[in-house]
Design a protein around this ligand. Structure first.
Ligand SMILES: [Zn+2]
Length: 854
């Protein structure tokens, strides 16, 4: 029997839970009655619990029978065994439990969060975070997604506080010194979706969507930051009711900003929790990127109310069904809400992130076997979210949006209040489209990696081929390779031929090794992956590439984005000379799309990490050469009528010029503009975060102290983040050392500290110092940080791109026997190898190229 799955001899259908949290003693007491269907005679019950003490357990039924149970904890398996004093016959039973636990500080289970109120006094609240397997830390339960049940929650709390749970409050009364709130029954749902938050909370006025009141909650004093999140919450809920063709199943929808929160947000049914930066924002003071983040996360969580909450994966291997869908739907909803944000173009950046991890030998298929809880946690990655969403987008475009939507509707209706697998989704989409979906899709979901589609000319024909793309020819020594070299996919390919004024598009399914397409006698260029939705890379033969580079104006922004992104990947893989890639970047000086620039800037950032220190000033000169013309045209000040993406581009270019390009003129102007901002002059909210980053890069100790003070007194979560990350952007060792100290001394929230340490590991000015610090503080960080903290921090090692540091990284992880679950660590080490290999292969050529440039 699988040691990680509970026996199905007894199945819960209802939990009546009463919890009494005490914020003064940081403990809670609980009592619960679980209604069980005993399926075969049993003399023991097995259920999940961690860090809970079960004080009493007994089983009773309507025939007046009571069976006492003695409890035994199996700590390693996160289970209790309840040994019954006598056998329980099949039929309905009620399990009574009394238990206690502590409100921990690890941001999981039932935990405490703290914040300073307006008079500077530290206050506490209690919140929950259960996904994947931490409901068992708050109440004993059958903590697997397929054990769906109704939850009836009662919270006995300090009368001065407020409590929110999944459903409306149906009764409130006093019991001695406690206020007792009873919440309505939930829908039939999984344990990981239960939530309660207790503290001093305030809410916006509810907005009705159909019969659902929607509210945003926060700690006192922050309600003025709730309007934007509230607006997208209402808009996206409306959008989803329409798209899914099913009304929201709950009786209310609350969105709560929690001061300490490990993830971005959590889709608890009817009581969605967020970290503050993902929900609260001052619309007038925020940059486009900060607003987009709030809109995305809110829409994503709302999408889960159907995908995930109403219909749930049977087991954690199917988590992609939840997350890929919510990510796909988030873009669809935000795109409908703000079409001018061009969200599907920006999505190219997310797709690129997935292509990058999925190009590793240490990647995994989207759907991957999960046994232990630790492996379930490792599933919440770019492959589940971004690759999953990309593949769904490709399928949606292939089937047509209406057909796809009809399939989704059918799937949701068929499996509402129950569980489903990937096969169920394919069946519904297959019925709607009358196409053999598994044949097309299974390789994308169940095998790792993706194809590199090659395009070359042969006489009057375009010849398309496919092979798996990997950056390295071989996996790292000792690492297992995922998948096979000769893998094939059914690749939905759209080819557009640019010929005079005509641009005919051909759709084909590239199934085998090679496909040929006749071309007209005269044509200007050929675009493979027309529209940019395909989850693959394209490698053009040089003659085809030159034709495209001469016709960049005939390409959509997402196509130019893919052109640069694929060229950069092919260069990293050693299939294109680095100097050829650098020449290619010179063709984009007049580029106006923010996403295209983001790839160019990211590639210069990586080169900066592998360049010899002596070459860095010359690389900075290259960055100025490529970026300055576009920035000069845009100027510092926004123009009337300019769209938000252009405003954000201005900020991105300024930041890259001031930091990577080390542009003294830009730094000086940034200092002036920032001084003007402090003096009350109006500053474009997009530019302000860039100014802060530039001034940190160029800054001294006085500037550091100023930014530290502003971090501590920030008026919005976004402002706090800007100054916090700026503390990692300075160049002087003594300043960086104090930032490192702050990642463990309590000055930075543990929800943020791992990310700050990660940024330091990736800074060429801080990385040696940071790596030494991380090594010597590993155990301290392990104790303090929330459970994904070290995994996120460790991603920073991909920035330690010297052969010496790489060796040391391997030695450290080997000696300490560090494991993050899944393939996380292997992926970091492979990414590090790719960068160091580029340095070894192309370092000398880069040096020579840069020397010629200046
Ligand atoms: Zn999600």
């Amino acid at each position: 029997m699988d040691p990680h799955r509970l026996p199905r001899t007894a199945v819960p259908s209802r939990y009546d839970i009463r919890l009494e949290p005490d914020l003064a003693t940081l403990t809670f007491r609980g009592e619960q009655i679980v209604t069980l269907d005993v399926r075969e005679a049993v003399d023991e019950l097995v259920l999940n619990a961690v860090e809970l003490v079960i004080e009493a357990a007994s089983l009773e039924n309507d025939r007046g029978q009571t069976i006492r149970a003695s409890v035994a904890l199996d700590e390693a398996a996160e289970r209790y065994r309840l040994a019954l004093a006598g056998p329980a016959a099949p039929g309905p039973w009620r399990l009574r439990l009394a238990f206690r636990g502590t409100l921990n500080d690890k941001l999981r289970g039932f935990y405490r969060s703290s914040y300073k109120d307006q008079s500077g006094v530290t206050r506490l609240l209690a919140a929950t975070q259960f996904e994947a397997t931490d409901a068992r830390r708050a109440f004993p339960c059958w903590d697997e997604p397929a054990f769906k049940a109704v939850f009836a929650v009662t919270l006995a709390i300090d009368p001065a506080l407020t409590a929110v749970s999944n459903t409306r409050v149906v009764a409130e009364r006093r019991e001695g010194a406690r206020k007792v709130l009873t919440f309505a029954d939930t829908i039939t749902m999984s344990t990981y979706l239960v939530a309660f938050v207790v503290g001093e909370l305030e809410a916006t006025e509810p907005t009705p969507v159909g019969r659902t009141p929607v509210r945003v909650w926060c700690v006192p004093g922050k309600r003025r930051l709730a309007a934007f999140g509230h607006e997208i919450a209402v808009a996206s809920l409306r959008f989803f009711e329409e798209y899914y063709g099913l009304p929201y199943a709950g009786d209310k929808l609350d969105l709560l900003a929690i001061p300490d929160f490990a993830a971005g947000a959590m889709e608890n049914f009817g009581a969605i929790t967020f970290r503050e930066t993902a929900l609260l924002v001052d619309e007038r003071a925020a940059s486009h990127a900060e607003l987009e983040r709030v809109a995305d996360v809110v829409a994503h969580e709302n999408a889960h109310m159907w995908f995930g909450d109403l219909v749930t994966m049977t087991w954690w291997n199917g988590i992609w069904l939840n997350e890929a869908f919510a990510t796909f739907m988030e873009i669809l909803a935000v795109d409908a809400w703000k079409p001018e944000w061009k969200r599907w173009v920006t999505f190219g950046v997310s797709r690129a992130a997935a292509l990058s991890v999925d190009g590793l030998h240490s990647t995994r298929p989207i759907e991957f076997p999960v046994r232990a809880p630790r492996d379930a946690d490792a599933m919440f990655d770019v492959l589940t979210y971004e690759k999953g969403a990309s593949v769904l987008r490709m399928l949606e475009q292939f089937l047509g949006p209406d057909v796809f939507r009809d399939g989704v509707r059918d799937y949701l209706r068929r499996h509402a209040y129950a569980n489903a697998d990937t096969g169920d989704l394919w069946a519904a989409l297959g019925t709607a489209s009358r196409q053999p979906i598994p044949e097309v899709m299974d390789a994308w979901i169940f095998t790792p990696g993706y194809p590199l589609v090659s395009a070359r000319l042969e006489r009057r024909e375009l010849v398309l081929g496919q092979q798996r793309f990997t950056y390295l020819a071989e996996p790292l020594p000792g690492a297992a390779a995922a998948g096979e070299r000769n893998q094939r996919w059914q690749v939905p390919v759209q080819v557009r031929v640019l010929a005079g004024g005509r641009h005919p598009v051909t759709r084909l399914l590239l199934a085998g090794g090679e496909t040929r397409l006749p071309l007209p006698e005269r044509f200007d260029a050929v675009v493979v992956n027309d529209g940019g939705h395909g989850f693959y890379r394209v490698r053009y033969a040089d003659d085809l590439l030159q034709l495209l580079l001469a016709r960049l104006d005939g390409l959509a922004p997402i196509e130019r984005f893919n052109l640069v992104n694929d060229a950069w990947a092919v260069a990293l893989a050693g299939l294109m000379r680095l100097t050829d890639y650098l020449e290619l970047t010179a063709r984009f000086k007049t580029e106006r799309d923010r996403n295209v620039w983001s790839i160019l800037i990211a590639s210069f950032g990586l080169l900066n990490r592998i360049a010899e220190p002596a070459d860095r000033p010359r690389l900075a000169a290259l960055v100025r050469d490529r970026l300055a013309p576009a920035f000069t045209t845009l100027g510092w000040a926004p123009r009337p009528g300019e769209d938000e993406l252009t405003r954000q581009l201005r900020a991105d270019l300024a930041r890259a010029l001031g930091v990577l390009g080390d542009d003294r003129g830009v730094q000086a102007e940034a200092a002036q503009l920032y001084a003007g901002h402090l003096a009350g002059r109006e500053t474009d909210p997009n530019v302000l975060p860039a100014l802060i980053a530039i001034l940190a890069h160029a800054g001294d100790a006085a500037r550091y102290d100023e930014f530290l003070k502003r971090f501590k007194s920030a008026a919005t979560p976004q402002e706090e983040q800007r100054y916090l990350y700026a503390l990692a952007g300075f160049r002087q060792a003594p300043l960086l050392a104090t930032t490192l100290e702050r990642t463990v001394n309590g000055e930075i929230r543990t929800q943020d500290a791992p990310f700050v340490a990660r940024a330091l590991l990736q800074s060429v000015h801080a990385r040696e110092l940071a790596w030494a610090f991380v090594k010597s503080h590993w155990d301290v960080m392990d104790r303090q940080y929330p459970k994904h903290g070290l995994r996120r921090l460790a991603e920073g090692v991909t920035g330690l791109t010297t052969p010496e540091l790489e060796r040391d990284v391997h030695a450290f992880f080997r000696e300490r026997k560090i494991e993050f679950g899944g393939k996380t660590l292997e992926q970091y080490l492979e990414q590090l190898r790719i960068a160091v290999a580029l340095r070894e292969r192309e370092g000398a050529a880069l040096s020579k190229y840069l020397a010629r440039l200046v």
